[in-house]
Write a protein that binds this ligand. Sequence first.
Ligand code: SF4
Length: 291
Amino acid sequence: MLQQTQVKTVIPYFNNFTKKFKNLRALSRSNNKEILKMWEGLGYYRRARNLLSCSRQLVNIYKLKLPNTLMEIKKLPGIGDYTGNALLGLVYNKPTIAVDGNVKRVFSRYLNKQAVKINFEKFIMKNKKKLFYSKRNADFVEALMEFGALVCKPKDPNCVSCCLNKTCKYFKSTDKIKNFSKKMIIDKNYDVFCYINTKKQIALTKQNQVSFLRNFNLPTMKESYGFSNNKNWIFLKNYKNNISNLKLNINLYYKFSNKIPATHNWYSLKNNKEFIPNFTKKILRQVSTLF
Ligand code: SF4
C-alpha cells in the first residue's frame, strides 16, 4: 500500500484491510471485486490484484511458507527486486537492501555522486562487510528506509545531526551534487464521452485501452491530438487530472441516450457498490451536475 502513497493516506486502508483479513488464508479466499472495493481511492490498483493472487499462490503452492531466495520470491505476482529484497531482509534477516529512490539518494549523497552513475548492486556487493556487519539485517533494511525519509530527506537533509556526517562526501564537499532525478512529467489530452440517461446512470466499460486504467470501469475515452470532431456530443467541461507522472487534460462530453455500445453497462452516478476508480468518480461528479 505504501508504494507511491503517503503513510497518512494508507493508515485507514491498512486498518480496514487487516481487520477484514486476519491472515493470508483469509485474504486468499477473497476476490478481485471485494479487494478492489476496499482499495478504492488508493490508486495503483494492480497492487491490490497482485496481493490477492500472491496470497493465493502462497497458500496453494507454497503452503504458507514465503520462498527464501530472490529468484524464487520474484516468481510471486507483484514482487520485483525491491519488494523481494525487502521481504528477504525483514522476514529472513538476510543481508539485503531494498533499493528504492530514498536509498539511492542516501548512497548517492554519501558518495557525492549522481545516482545514475552508481551501480547499486555492485556497490552493495563490494561493501557487504561494512553494510551488514551487525547481523541485524532486518533492522538495517527498515532503518535505511527511515533514514532516507527522516534524516537524509529529499530536501534539506539534517546533515548537522547526522551520524554519517564525518565520512559523508556530500556533507564535506564544496561541490555538492545537485538535482536528484525528478519524475518525467507526461502531458496527455483525452476526450471522454459519457452516455447518460434520465435515470441518472452513466455507461461505463472495462474494455478500454487506456494504459493507466486498463480493464477498469471508464466511459469511452480517446486520446486527442489537437483537432477533435465530436459534433454528436455536447461539451460539458475541461479539467485537469494528474495521475502519478501523467498530467491529463480532459475534455468531457456527454449525450443522453438509451442505446449504448455492447461493451458498456449502466452504472448509477451515485452509490455504486462496485469498485469505481477515482478517475471515473471525478467524471461521475462532473456529470451529476447536469441533474
Ligand atoms: S551527512 Fe547529510 S547528506 Fe550525508 S548522509 Fe547524512 S544527511 Fe545525508
